[in-house]
Design a protein around this ligand. Sequence first.
Ligand code: ADP
Length: 269
Amino acid sequence: MLGVVKIGGAVGNKLEPLMKELSERAANGERWILVHGASGVMDALCAERGVEIRMVTSPSGYRSRFVGEVERALFKEAAMSYGAQIKNTLDGFGAKSEQADPEILKHVFAKRKDVIREVVNGRTRILRGNYSGTVTKIDGSKVLEVLNNYVIPILPPLALDPECGLAINIDGDRLAAATGGEVKADVMVILSNVPGLMKNIEERDSLIKTGHLADWDILEHYAKGNMKRKLVACREGLEAGIPKVYLADGRADAPIAHALGGEATCLTR
Ligand code: ADP
């Protein structure tokens, strides 16, 4: 079994259940790559340093963080410090792991989106000097090398932009999808603070349990806010060749088993 699991970066995400499960799976010979977010840690760090958080909504309705020079450096610090917390937790369960810094391991590359468009009160504005971007290339062999030494790779939502030579902010869910495709993972599990894709987030029993590429319009119809971006990542994962992609609850006791056992949204081609 070769899998990719993504854990969000929101404050209040419990690390122990997933790290315990991952260490047990690793001890049983399963190979898992761990991708994490950094949003909550970043928000806390911004508050601590007095840096204002600027969220922007694109013309197509996606919300993201504006990342200037100051925010870029803070984001890297936040991501690496959350990764260190994850590593400590894995250490505690006796699992070997390694944080991947794209400036050092050079396992993932991206192109920064210097200019972004923002919609405010129905009008589009241009913002320059942004340091977030999208993945252009992944060197799966660098990640597999870590895994093949029985070490769990911990991937932050960062990629090296060769043009500026710096680690820039990328979307963790989409990184998980691209990495999973590149290493030919059997499965990807994206964990968050909901049971999966719901028809109505207010109703626990409205969980959508299965979906295929042919149903995408219907699935997209239900996804609001951050879930829209997660669905994009799921689609990219399936199209990159991952056979099974799960949107699942990170609050469960053994979140991977919970997802694979059927209590999640299971997406296949
Ligand atoms: P993370 O930070 O863990 O990556 P997000 O907060 O970005 O997770 O994404 C999950 C959120 O998406 C949920 O908390 C929920 O508010 C929102 N959401 C919007 N539409 C849906 C839906 N149809 N089903 C489930 N969650 C949804």
